[in-house]
Ligand binder design. Structure first.
Ligand code: NAD
Length: 335
């Protein structure tokens, strides 16, 4: 029976990379019935809602969604559609993974890092206030329940993937109450997982360490804002934002999306790298229990990048999104 999956094409290059990922999923032979739903800038303009209720209902019904990037509409007076999706669906853990592929120019070889970001609290809860005309405050939230929840998810996820080590990134020396609570919660949960190595780093030192010796790290658990920043930093280590992939997890629902945004400077030109979205779809297939198809996609990407004949501009080549997608499908069909 076909898997029913909600599909959000999204904005900008989402309209190019999401169809590419659909084609690759189709080429694996796994039957997926896509339920396409609106969200983002187009939805806001056409329907007056950046995240319509029917989209939320479809994801809850299907339990799994694949999405492209969405334009942040905060400057135009709308709530961020990504934050709305995460809060309405209870998606408390965001997983962002990068791995280095042979053939991709980067000074770092062998990097394979996962950042798990607490996705509902911190200053991204969006509670800000003006204090007179020349000052403003934002509130940073941290609760024991949410901190322990994401820590438990991270440890279980590490175990499931056979990862060995979890590092918590924080700034508990300065933010003693908020980041202090996050760190304390992570330590408490980690004690229940003695098979995993556990340590912590201040966020500033974490950035330094990742640039200096990324192979020393495996899975990083962190708060909302630090996680947002670290995910892009780790994508830089493997050569392109276009290679990062991931998913958002709640108790009942999983929504898969790449690390990159809508790339307005590339949108509509057919030159963006579809690999982040394609590997995101592979992660989704693994979640659906289609492990062989998921691994076949990852191997096909490995093969195309190693050959180095078909590379998009972000990887130093001249291939179009369609050419890169075609090469991955051809590699998938090779024995
Ligand atoms: P971005 O990720 O869209 O782009 C940053 C740089 O990386 C640009 O130079 C872009 O061309 C390049 N890039 C990104 N993805 C690429 C790909 N697949 N192939 C080739 N090059 C790629 O980040 P930004 O410019 O800061 O954000 C643009 C918009 O996207 C904003 O509205 C932002 O809020 C939104 N955004 C959405 C998500 C999401 O939906 N999850 C994530 C990040 C940013």
């Amino acid at each position: 029976m076909a898997h029913r999956v909600t599909l959000i094409t999204g904005d900008g290059i989402g309209r190019e990379v999401v169809p590419a990922a659909q084609k690759v999923v189709e080429a694996t032979g796994v039957a997926v019935q896509w339920e396409e739903m609106p969200a983002g800038e187009m939805a806001a303009e056409k329907l007056g809602e950046a995240v319509p209720e029917e989209t939320i209902a479809s994801i809850i019904r299907n339990k799994v969604a694949l999405k492209g990037p969405l334009t942040n509409l905060v400057a135009r007076g709308w709530a961020s559609p990504n934050v709305t999706l995460r809060s309405k669906l209870g998606l408390f853990a965001q997983v962002r993974r990068v791995r280095h592929f042979d053939g991709v120019p980067s000074p770092y070889r062998g990097v394979d890092l996962i950042v798990v970001r607490e996705a509902v609290e911190d200053t991204y809860a969006g509670v800000e206030q003006k204090v007179g005309p020349d000052a403003a405050v934002a509130i940073k939230f941290a609760t024991r329940a949410a901190s322990e929840q994401v820590a438990r998810f991270t440890m279980e996820y590490a175990r499931r993937l056979g990862r060995r080590k979890v590092t918590v990134a924080h700034k508990a020396n300065i933010l003693k109450l908020t980041d202090g609570l996050f760190l304390e919660s992570a330590r408490k949960v980690a004690a229940e997982f003695p098979d995993l190595e556990f340590n912590d780093r201040m966020i500033d030192n974490m950035c330094f360490q990742l640039v200096r010796a990324p192979l020393d790290y495996d899975l990083i658990l962190t708060t909302n804002v630090y996680g947002d920043i670290l995910a892009d930093l780790t994508a830089g280590l493997v050569g392109s934002l276009g290679l990062g992939f991931g998913g958002n997890f709640g108790h009942a629902v999983a929504l898969f999306e790449p690390v990159h945004g809508t790339a307005p400077n590339k949108a509509g030109r057919g030159i963006s790298n579809p690999i982040g979205e394609i590997l995101t779809a592979s992660m989704m297939l693994a979640h659906l229990g289609e492990t062989a198809a998921a691994m076949a996609i990852e191997r096909a990407v490995e093969r195309v990048l190693k050959e180095g004949k078909v590379l998009t501009a972000d990887l130093g080549g001249r291939a179009t999104t369609a050419e890169m997608t075609g090469a991955i499908i051809a590699a998938l069909n090779q024995p």
